[in-house]
Structures are given as C-alpha cells and as structure tokens.
Ligand binder design. Structure first.
Ligand code: AMP
Length: 369
C-alpha cells in the first residue's frame, strides 16, 4: 500500500488554479509538485517545484514526466484515453483511468449513476433530432462541456432541431428539464485503505452559467443534507475512488436529489474549505492520492465563497483587499479575459450562524460588496 513520505513528488496533470491550490497543499505536507501542462507560466507552475510544458498528447513528454514522479493525479479530467493508459502503465494514477473515463462522458456517467441506484434527470442518448421526444429539456454534448458550454435549453421542436445541428460531436445526451429549487454539491475523499470523508453539502449559485457564490453549509433541512452526503459517499465507494470527487446535485421543490455531474478532482464549489476547515479539499486530495490518513472534513466556520470572474470582478480587487474579513485567493493569471476565473474570496461566519441568526441574505450582501 502506498504511503508517501515527505520529499516524494506528486505529478499533477493540468496547470490551472485547481493545480495551483493542490500544489500549495502538497508543499505544506512536504511533497514536491510536478505540473504537466501545455501552458507556460500558468497558475500551477508558478507555485510548483517542476513543470513539464507539453501537449497532453505528447507521449515522450508524458513518459519522462511519469519517470520523475511517485504518483500521478489530475486537476483536469479531459486527458485523452491513450495518454491516460500510457501513464497508468508507468506509475500509480489516482483517481483511476476508469473513473476519468466515466466522468469524461455524460452517457457513461449517467448510466453508471443509475446502475448504482442514484437518481438523475431523465435522459436519453440522441443520434438524430427525432430522438428528442419530451420537451422542454437540455441537449448536451457527451464530452468536454463546462460552465454551460456545449449545451442548449430546448423548448420547441424548432429549437431542438437547431440545437441538434449546432452541437457536436454526436451522439448527444438529452435531459429532461429539472425545475430545481437549488443546486448543491458535496466533496468526498477516499484513500487506498478505504477511509471516506466528506465535506458538508454546499449551495451553489451561478451567474452567466459560471459559479458565482457557494454557501457553506447549504441552507437545507438536515435530512436533505444527510441524503446528499449518503449519495456522495455511495458514489465514491462504488467507484473505489482513490482521491477526491465532487458531486453536483439538483434539489427539487419537494426535496428530491438528482445527481447532475461528478468530477474526480478538486472543485470550485470546494474552495471555501481552504478557509473554513482544518484540512481543505486540496489537502484531502493530496492526502488521498499519497496514502496518508484522512482527517475529519469538519468545518470550524460557516462560509460564503465568491468567485471573481473576468475584468469587471477584478476591477474590485484592491477594494476587496481593503475590506476586513474577506480572505483573498488570487490565481496568478496574467490577463483577466471575460468569463475567466481569476480569483475568489471567502468570508467566514461563526459555525451555525449562516442559515440562522446572521441570515443568508445579509451574508450575500457582504460577499457582493
Ligand atoms: P452542467 O454542464 O451539466 O453542469 O450544466 C450546467 C448548468 O446548467 C447546471 O449547473 C444547471 O444550472 C443547468 N442544467 C444542467 N442540466 C439541467 C437540467 N437537466 N435541468 C435544468 N437545468 C440544468
């Protein structure tokens, strides 16, 4: 069984902010991070011991990378299958290539979830526009969709036909429209010894299809929170996960939970754990893939996390730094393009006060500035 000692090197595929915060967590535990990314000088490389700058299909570079690390993990899940197989022949890869394959493909993902008894929105694989039977719904590409890209809301047969033409490659997946009350997520970690820990379920609010705010904990009845936790742990155990996994769910008006997506990596909706928990999602990720014990995922505080996206949000950076109580996390990206996640901040509240005495709306007003 793996149990890496300080001085070991963790290979991280992907060079964005999730890799940056994972590399910082690795350093705190005495590990070196080696980043594999096509992008020079990106968020993760800036804080890592080593970087291989190469394309995700460059097998020579992947082979040299594997030779230089003790374990391989991801902050980015869309590595080509041939690259994944190559790495897995050379070094331990956590989470496993099989988990990545499931999470890369919405059809495999939904089939897997339903097979282990987890409810999702009703869905069907779509080969022709005539396969779209019940409107309204959401038509999505099976692969490479994120932040609302690669999908379209369809309400009429004409919209369905247009969206079918526009989205590629086929097949697509068609999902029944879920009239959800809110969206939540749970971060769960599992190590090789089978220990499982999960952070409290949080509510996620989006703006322009991009995560805007996370409320920790989600202001929902305890039974709903317990069910969300049960679902996330069941998925992690059914996958034999070694690593960290985010589970996104819809909560319907009647309190039913439907899983939307799983992501076997740190997740934007887990950033609040950096400031509100003794061990963050990034530390849990590093601990899980290196065979270390997993401490409790308890939170010491309630929290609101606010994403800072694009040039408009970054225009407030100095004001955010000057506001007591806001905990800033900058990702080190040179250019604040529209829709690009640049930074986030967290505001902490005494544990138990966010849904209660303090009030969610007051907390959100503070976060919005
Ligand atoms: P996804 O790329 O699957 O995470 O979807 C992005 C966002 O689109 C979700 O966070 C929801 O707000 C919305 N969405 C996705 N699928 C559905 C659905 N079946 N019904 C209603 N809204 C959806």
């Amino acid at each position: 069984m793996m149990n890496l000692a300080p001085g070991a090197t963790i290979g991280i595929i992907g060079g964005g902010q999730l890799g940056r915060m994972s590399a910082i967590a690795a350093a705190r535990l005495g590990f070196f991070a080696h980043i594999f990314t096509p992008e020079a000088g990106g968020p993760a490389s800036q804080v890592a011991a080593m970087t291989t700058e190469a394309d995700y299909t460059d097998h020579d570079a992947l082979t040299r990378f594997a030779a230089s690390v003790d374990v391989i993990t991801f902050e980015f899940e869309n590595l080509p299958a041939a690259s994944l197989d190559l790495l897995a022949r050379l070094k331990p890869v956590h989470p496993s290539p099989e988990i990545l394959r499931i999470s890369q493909d919405r059809l495999l993902e939904k089939k897997f979830l339903n097979d282990i008894g987890i409810p999702t929105a009703p869905w069907a694989a779509v080969q022709t526009a005539a396969d779209i039977l019940v409107l309204p719904g959401i038509l999505k590409t099976t692969r490479l969709g994120y932040d609302g890209k690669g999908q379209a809301l369809v309400r009429t047969p004409a919209e369905a036909a247009a969206a079918f033409e526009a989205l590629n490659p086929k097949p697509l997946v068609f999902e029944g429209f879920v009239d959800f009350a809110c969206e939540i997520s749970v971060m769960v970690a599992r190590n090789e010894a089978g220990a499982v820990v999960s952070f409290d379920p949080v509510e996620n609010r989006h703006k322009n299809h991009i995560l805007d705010l996370t409320l920790a904990p989600a202001p929902l009845p305890l039974e709903t929170l317990a069910e969300a936790t049960r679902i996330a742990r069941h998925i992690a155990e059914s996958l034999n996960l070694i690593g960290l996994l985010g589970v996104e769910m819809f909560v319907t008006a009647s309190g039913t939970l439907l899983v939307n997506e799983i992501a076997p990596r740190p997740h934007n909706s887990g950033h609040w754990t950096l400031d509100a928990c003794p061990a963050s999602q990034f530390e849990m990720h590093i601990r899980a893939v290196t065979g270390l014990p997993l401490p409790p995922a308890a939170r010491h505080s309630d929290a609101v996390m606010k994403n800072l996206v694009g040039p408009d949000d970054m225009a407030k950076w100095q004001a955010i730094l000057a506001t007591p109580g806001l905990i800033p996390h900058h990702y080190g990206k040179a250019e604040a393009r529209e829709g690009r996640k640049m930074a986030h901040f967290t505001r902490l509240f005494p544990r138990g006060s966010l849904p209660g005495a303090f009030g969610i709306e007051a907390a959100l007003r503070l976060a919005r500035g």
